[in-house]
Write a protein that binds this ligand. Structure first.
Ligand code: HEC
Ligand code: HEC
Ligand code: HEC
Ligand code: HEC
Ligand code: HEC
Length: 481
């Protein structure tokens, strides 16, 4: 007898003869083929994991388990364990059988024979178990799919990394639009792409190799036609929209400077059936392409406009040397609405809003200047800011006024400080290097000095060969302020 066979039960007692394969029933063989360390591990793993998955599923369905983090375990960890276990069982059987055949055991003995009742019974048992497994797995896959598409999964699982985007998103007009509607869209192709890049991102989070801040623009964002246009329709005519801008100065905290402008948003004008105004760029009968000279799309080289007639106009900037980077892009919604949902506040605007809404008491002299100073200060962590912001405001005010004044106005100063702290918590994440102004919007010209907004092209400097420029006259985009 070879050592290899020593774990087969020998029914011919102590004769020491070669094991006779006929002494084993078929079931014994099938059973034995799994009774190796690998096979037992597989059976054990599958049993435990399936049981836990089923219990978890029941918990989630009945609402007993509410912690969304538990969903990671129920829908991802346990099912993976079960699948791995199921995979080990046939591997074990295969390895064992191979060994047996090498040792000259009759192959006929391990073949399924439907003529035998015992064989049929085993096969039926196998099928029933498989159906149960399949049912559990389909439910799990369905739930796991929804879970990995949830805003919670996208925004909160990688908490440190996504906290800025998730926080800004929750207070935006799109707070009820799922992350996946804009970042993945519909269709299997983008789903797979997103999950693959998701895996890379998980790796980056685990080994800490992600960039801080997360760079914008997102280079491979799905084209807006497939995402934004699922809900918004560039054909829709928005006409004019009046917007009010309220601002204060350090010298006058009580009387706002109010600018009202009527933006010519346009679209397809139903009265004239032509595209006009700001949304002309995305009308379906023109194509505006531009060459960005840096990764941030803040410096724009040539611009090509293809008109409905097929005529193409090209604008270029005089004298500007072509930089190293040159990427062509077709203009879409995101070139203006680059912050449709991750909307961070502008520091001064946030403070002016506080003054306007009286959340910062405008009657306290110097409070605008002090508020700016408090929020411009660098805190090493959000916790440190929580400890220091209200105190800093009190301290600055104490420098400015006498102790009596601060004591008298303590309650208002504390509530003004609380507003500043909230503003900070909504906009600054030192760990992610996200602070005031890290992410700027293109939808206007407030940050034109840094290369953001309409004036990247509307600068009177981009010219066609005939000297035609892209106008910067104020009333092109809005009524004169
Ligand atoms: C209304 C559409 C929309 C929704 C909903 C949305 N995003 Fe975004 N997101 C964008 C756009 C557009 C950009 C690209 C900004 C740019 O190019 O400058 C972006 C950029 C990002 C970035 C890169 C960093 C940055 O701020 O530019 C991250 C990270 C991100 N989104 C995460 C999320 C998460 C997490 C959710 C859900 C909680 C979400 N997004 C929901 C449209 C959306
Ligand atoms: C799943 C649907 C959906 C998708 C996708 C979507 N939006 Fe919206 N969007 C909305 C809804 C709903 C509102 C209105 C919110 C409100 O007024 O309460 C809105 C509002 C807006 C507004 C007006 C915001 C304001 O301040 O009034 C803009 C601009 C906008 N979306 C741009 C975009 C852009 C750009 C994209 C693609 C990156 C996009 N949306 C994708 C549903 C969507
Ligand atoms: C050339 C820049 C530009 C492009 C490109 C652009 N928009 Fe706008 N859009 C604007 C401006 C500017 C406003 C008004 C800004 C505001 O409300 O603060 C606006 C307003 C809107 C509004 C709100 C309208 C209202 O009545 O409040 C929606 C919705 C919108 N855009 C969707 C889109 C979608 C979808 C696309 C892509 C198909 C798109 N925009 C492309 C500049 C642009
Ligand atoms: C990538 C370059 C580019 C950017 C960025 C850009 N534009 Fe334009 N815009 C153009 C070009 C090119 C034209 C067409 C000029 C022409 O044919 O006279 C144009 C035309 C316009 C027109 C006139 C449309 C009509 O009725 O014919 C308006 C209004 C306008 N832009 C507003 C804006 C606003 C507002 C922004 C910023 C939110 C903006 N543009 C950003 C390139 C740009
Ligand atoms: C290419 C289009 C375009 C041109 C040209 C343009 N603007 Fe604007 N402007 C905008 C848009 C878009 C906004 C809205 C920004 C927002 O919603 O935050 C705006 C906002 C403003 C505001 C209010 C913003 C604030 O922060 O106070 C003022 C003031 C203003 N423009 C003045 C001007 C003046 C003056 C000119 C002429 C030199 C001009 N604009 C030319 C597109 C334009």
């Amino acid at each position: 007898m070879t050592e290899k066979q020593s774990d087969l039960p020998t029914t011919n007692g102590d004769t020491g003869d070669m094991v006779n394969e006929d002494n084993f029933t078929w079931q014994q063989k099938v059973g034995l083929s799994m009774k190796t360390p690998i096979g037992l591990l597989g059976i054990g793993l599958t049993t435990v994991c399936i049981t836990m998955t089923v219990l978890g599923l029941l918990g989630h369905i009945t609402g007993l388990i509410e912690n969304p983090y538990a969903a990671i375990v129920t829908f991802l960890v346990f099912p993976s364990g079960a699948v791995f276990g199921l995979f080990l069982i046939p591997v074990s059987g295969y390895l064992r059988r191979k060994k047996w055949f090498k040792d000259n055991i009759n192959k006929g003995n391990v073949i399924v024979d439907f003529g035998k009742k015992s064989h049929r019974k085993t096969v039926v048992l196998f099928l029933v178990l498989s159906v149960v497994n399949l049912a559990v797995f389909s439910l799990v896959i369905y739930e796991a799919y929804h879970f990995t598409e949830s805003d919670f999964f996208c925004g909160a699982i990688c908490h440190t990394v996504m906290d800025p985007e998730y926080t800004a998103y929750q207070r935006s007009p799109h707070a009820k639009v799922g992350c996946v509607s804009c970042h993945i869209g519909s269709g299997a192709e983008w789903y797979v792409k997103a999950k693959l890049s998701g895996l890379r991102q998980v790796k980056a989070v685990l080994d800490g190799s992600f960039s801080t801040p997360i760079p914008a623009p997102v280079e491979h964002l799905r084209p807006a036609q497939d995402t934004c246009e699922a809900c918004h329709w560039p054909e829709k005519f928005h006409g004019k929209k009046v917007k009010q801008f309220v601002s204060y100065t350090n010298d006058d905290q009580e009387n706002p400077d109010i600018q009202e402008i009527a933006l010519h948003i346009g679209g397809r004008n139903p009265l004239t059936d032509t595209f006009e105004g700001i949304h002309w760029h995305v009308s379906n009968n023109v194509k505006v392409e531009y060459e960005s000279l840096d990764d941030r799309r803040t410096s724009i080289g040539r611009i090509k406009v293809t008109k409905p007639s097929g005529v193409t106009e090209e604008y270029a900037v005089d004298g500007e040397a072509e930089g190293g980077v040159s990427k062509w892009r077709t203009m879409d919604c995101v070139d203006c609405h680059n912050r449709p949902t991750h909307v961070y506040d502008d520091l001064e605007k946030k403070i002016d809003f506080g003054l306007h809404s009286k959340k910062i008491d405008p009657t306290i002299p110097g409070i605008r200047e002090d508020s700016l100073a408090v929020l411009q200060k660098e805190y090493t962590t959000r916790e440190e800011a929580q400890e220091q912001i209200v105190e800093s405001l009190l301290a600055l005010q104490a420098d400015r006024h006498d102790a009596d004044f601060v004591a008298e106005n303590e309650a208002t100063l504390i509530s003004s400080g609380a507003y500043l702290l909230n503003a900070y918590m909504d906009n600054v994440w030192p760990k992610m290097k996200v602070t005031w102004g890290t992410y700027k919007g293109h939808n206007g010209h407030q940050n034109e000095d840094e290369g953001f907004g309409c004036f990247r092209c509307h600068d009177d400097e981009h010219q066609t060969e005939f000297g035609k420029t892209i106008s910067q006259s104020c009333d092109l985009c809005h009524d004169e302020p």
